[in-house]
Structure formats: structure tokens, C-alpha cells
Ligand binder design. Structure first.
Ligand code: GLA
Length: 389
């Protein structure tokens, strides 16, 4: 059990028991990719892959972090730290830095963390780390933060300190997830609804291409800039438009010849994808998984040809899945340029599907494909160590 490992390592490193342990899950996103920062809708869920943080309050202002998976430690001091060369530490420092800007009083803390969310696989290990850290600090220092405050602080930490201009979906899903439900989040108003995901005959299988999405930071920020350029263009027609959410598809299509090619493609994808989330929710309401699956394929085609954030490995995985009788839909998930594909597969056929995909991937790329049959779980939870048996 990872939580026990984090507790025993904490004990070994610091000579005391931690005060609490936080479980911070990764997320999947069923549909609605690159729509969050365009004011659109997303449909994510927290999953049974998580980071566990054992945390203890210190009597001084020192920060001691240890990553079990990276076998690396960081030491610093509250209020005086800079961005670290250890990139992983910046996710923790970023949320402290933003919390301090809000005037929140945080003292020293010891943290040991580890987990089973693969890094760079599009399952949002970074958002889990940020949200989990804040949830723990909230308890240790009685910060009186609501869940939504934590979501917003986590995003600010990543945007301003880490430098990744991500949207709000990942931390929202990690904090607000509920077992057996997906979240339909309106990223403009931040209104959300838990939708039952009742699909006993189906499994959600992630196929991890193993391609770490290293391009994701720069290219992701470029995509955002292209979308913003699109909004500025359409403001000539719709002065009140703030994001691509406000731009109707026929207006986008009508401007094809006048817009720069890339900007047109990005806008078309985003506006269509926002529409697909609505269609996917309707399909879920009537348990129409065939339609849901078709929408997933349509998303992948858009990501591939219009948003241009896929790679040969994830394209191959989706094409391969499409040929499998037990698969209803497949697409690349997350920021892009690698990571996982998400597959909606008939539950009885998961084993055969995984075997076929693994063989095909090895033959094509000589690479080992790791698959995860994920379950939808609750979001971030704080457990007082006294409650552990
Ligand atoms: C990354 C970002 C999210 C979202 C997705 C794409 O995961 O962190 O905010 O934009 O990419 O949908």
C-alpha cells in the first residue's frame, strides 16, 4: 500500500509520524479536450491512480520535501525560495508561493510523497500533487480554504510559478471527483454537475504510449495563443465574445478563407469539441455508449488533423483500437504529444483487447505498452494519521 510506504518513509526520514496523509487522485477526461481554457465544457473524473502525501507540520519555517519515486529531496524556507532546478519541487513551491500572495500564513512542513500516476502520461500527476499539497496545508495550518479555493490556487501555482498555462480542468477533477460519477464542468462559470457513469458492461482502459509529452509546455502555450488570436479576430463580428465558447460554428466555418490556416483549424476544433461535450452528455443520459464512442473518435480526428497535438504512437493506438470489435471509442487524452489513449471497451473483452494492443504496439514500435483499466473514484481526501490502523 502506497500510503503505508509514505508513512514509514516519513518516519524514517523525519523520526516522527506524519500528522496526516492526503490521497490526491489523477484524472481521466472522457471528452472535451482543450476546451477548458476556451471557456467551454469538459467531462473529467478522478481515478484510482493517486499521489499520496504524508505531511507533518514543523515548528520552524523550513520546507523539507522528499519524492519517493524520484529518490530526490528538496530543502528550502518559506517566504524566501526561488524556482528550483528540481522541477518536481516547483509544483509544491508554486502553491505555497500563491497562497502566501493571498496573505495565507504557512509555516514549515515536511512532506514525503509517492504514487502510481505515471508522470507525463496525461493523467495529471502535477494537478494531483498541487491539489494534495494544498489540501494538506489547509488542515495543518487551518487556512480555511474551500475546495474551489484550492482548485484556483493550484491552477495559479502551475500558471505563474511552474510556467505551464494550463486550464482548470485537472485540479477541478482531482478535488471535486466523486466515485462512479463524471463531472460536467462549465469552465466559464465553474458550475458543475456530477453525472452518474453507470456502465457495468464497459471498461475505461488507458493505453500509455510511453511517449512523455515533453513538447506539451511550449506547444500547449502556442495553442492557447492561437485560440486567443481567433477570439480577437471574431471580436470584429461579436464584440462581446470573450472566448471561443462565444463563437458559433457557422461563423468560424464562414471565415475559413480569411483566417490564417492554423488559427482556423484550432478554432474549428475547439468550437466543435465544445459541442461534442453536450452531445456526449445526452448520450450518457440515455446510456447510448455507441454514440459516446463515435464522439470520442471524432475528438481524436480533430486533435490529429486540426489541433495537431497527437503523435504517431497515439494515432497508431487509436487506429488499432478502432479495428477491435469490443471497442466503442478511443482517443488521445490530455494535453497531447503522447501520453495515453482512452478506450471505451466492453468489460468482458478487456483482456483480449489489452493483449492485442500490446502485441501490435511492440510489433510496430518495439515498445512496451502499459494499459490501465481505471475506476472512477472520489477526489482528494485527507486522512488524519491517528485514523490509520
Ligand atoms: C492539460 C491541461 C488541461 C487541459 C488539457 C487539454 O491536461 O492541464 O487544463 O487543457 O491539457 O484538454
Amino acid at each position: 500500500m502506497i500510503e503505508q510506504t509514505t508513512i514509514s518513509n516519513f518516519h524514517q526520514i523525519f523520526g516522527t509520524k506524519p500528522d496526516l496523509v492526503v490521497r490526491a487522485p489523477g484524472r481521466i477526461n472522457l471528452i472535451g479536450e482543450h476546451t477548458d481554457y476556451n471557456g467551454g465544457f469538459v467531462l473529467p473524473a478522478a481515478i484510482d491512480k493517486a499521489i499520496w502525501l504524508a505531511m507533518g507540520r514543523r515548528n520552524d519555517d523550513e520546507l523539507h520535501f522528499h519524492s519517493l519515486d524520484l529518490h530526490d529531496s528538496y530543502r528550502g524556507e518559506v517566504g524566501t525560495f526561488q524556482k528550483s532546478e528540481k522541477n518536481w519541487a516547483n509544483y509544491l513551491l508554486g502553491v505555497i508561493s500563491e497562497a502566501q500572495k493571498d496573505g495565507l500564513k504557512i509555516g514549515g512542513v515536511n512532506v514525503v510523497f509517492g504514487g502510481d500516476i505515471p508522470i507525463g502520461a496525461g493523467m495529471s500527476s502535477s494537478a494531483a500533487l498541487e491539489s494534495g499539497m494544498l489540501a494538506g496545508l489547509n488542515e495543518l495550518y487551518d487556512l480555511k480554504l474551500q475546495k474551489l479555493d484550492i482548485v484556483k490556487l493550484a491552477q495559479r501555482g502551475e500558471n505563474r510559478f511552474v510556467g505551464m498555462n494550463c486550464g482548470i480542468m485537472d485540479m477541478f477533477a482531482s478535488m471535486m471527483g466523486r466515485a462512479d460519477h463524471v463531472l460536467r464542468l462549465d469552465c466559464r462559470s465553474l458550475d458543475f454537475e456530477h453525472f452518474p457513469f453507470h456502465a457495468p458492461d464497459f471498461a475505461l482502459v488507458l493505453c500509455n504510449s510511453g511517449v512523455k509529452h515533453s513538447l506539451v509546455n511550449s506547444e500547449y502555450n502556442t495553442r492557447r495563443a492561437e485560440c486567443e488570436a481567433g477570439v480577437r479576430y471574431f471580436q470584429a463580428f461579436l464584440p462581446e465574445a470573450k472566448t471561443l465558447r462565444d463563437v458559433p460554428l457557422d461563423l468560424v466555418l464562414g471565415e475559413k478563407e480569411r483566417l490564417p490556416v492554423h488559427v482556423f483549424q484550432r478554432c474549428k476544433f475547439v468550437v466543435e469539441e465544445i459541442g461534442r461535450v453536450g452531445a456526449a452528455c445526452n448520450a450518457l443520459k440515455t446510456s447510448d455508449f455507441a454514440t459516446f464512442g463515435q464522439l470520442m473518435y471524432a475528438t481524436h480526428e480533430g486533435l490529429r488533423h486540426e489541433y495537431e497535438v497527437t503523435c504517431p504512437e497515439t494515432d497508431f493506438l487509436v487506429d488499432e483500437a478502432r479495428g477491435h470489435a469490443a471497442v466503442l471509442g478511443a482517443r488521445q487524452m490530455g494535453g497531447g504529444f503522447g501520453g495515453c489513449t482512452l478506450n471505451l471497451v466492453r468489460a468482458a473483452a478487456v483482456e483480449g483487447f489489452v493483449a492485442q494492443m500490446t502485441d501490435a504496439y511492440r510489433l510496430q514500435f518495439g515498445l512496451k505498452l502499459v494499459c490501465h483499466n481505471v475506476k472512477i473514484t472520489d477526489g482528494v481526501g485527507v486522512i488524519q494519521v491517528a485514523d490509520f490502523r
